[in-house]
Write a protein that binds this ligand. Sequence first.
Ligand code: MRU
Length: 356
Amino acid sequence: MKLNGVATRSLWFEEDGRSIGIFDQRRLPWAVEKIRISTAEQARNAIAEMATRGAPLIGAAGACGLAMALTDDSSDISLDSAWELLVNARPTAVNLRWALERVRTLVAPLPPSERAVTAWKEARDICDEDAAMNHAIGVAGLELIRKIAERKNGNPVNILTHCNAGWLATIDWGTATAPIYMAHDAGIPVHVWVDETRPRNQGALTAFELGGHGVPNSYIADNAGGLFMQQGQVDMVIVGTDRVTANGDVCNKIGTCLKALAAKAADIPFYVALPSSTYDVQTPDGAAVPIEERTQDEVRFLTGPDENGVMRRIALTTSPARNPAFDITPADLVTAYITDKGVLNGPRELHEALSA
Ligand code: MRU
């Protein structure tokens, strides 16, 4: 996708062959700042501190971090300790473990001298495959949007999304946003209700992305979506996910489940977009997913630039706070899963298509 008119991915490989570049997503959308990452520790910190974020993207960054560790030291000890360091950077999105496991399984049997080059190639493949999977999700989801557009008499299809499941959360295209970008590019009128997604306001990233691509959108308080659904102002919901468990339960950004319940009550289709790498057949159901609990200060303070561009922190309360970062949407609230293997109706189809 494009950032300020220039085609880019959210993670790129530097020419030195041992570093990557990312956007500092803590500064977006206010400032476009790039960070160079050259060590496993730096990769771990970028993931944990959310300079880079989104399930597929932290998987790709983790794989690169492992390749960096092997570039410095390709021994078994280095492989194991870097794997451990990186896998614990964030607990919820399964893509991180999936990508690290993929690299480790490949390189562990190799002589140490061959490990780094193989790990870097695998990290690149993970990135390219993620972009391709998201493109496939877009192609599948486009048809769902097209069908709704056919009964809208030229009026925009109103799509509600939560968090940022856009290209900034993946290598390219995004998951929930890929069908939206494709619909817009195909000339289908769309309008997106963007949940702000407190406390970290990833919705601001989604609005930034959509605006950059010319997709009409409105930024709404997290609590507004239910009303718009009751008023017939939402035609469909599309969200991304950090992990879909074997039974089809969906772990995604905190607040997603409330939107699914509201959609069910208003008889609005609720779609979950995911690449195969986000399906976790080893975790039986949502109750078994480790939910990340972040610092209470993310809830107790608002952070953003003032009119001079200086970052400020404003206190909202002195009460103690809780800050679970994700929640679980039960499978029976999901209309269908939009995947790189097509639109899958229900956990059984999901399992058959993605558990191979
Ligand atoms: O805490 P974040 O910003 O990493 O959470 C991201 C989300 O919850 C996204 O919706 C999810 O990763 C899907 S990304 C394609």
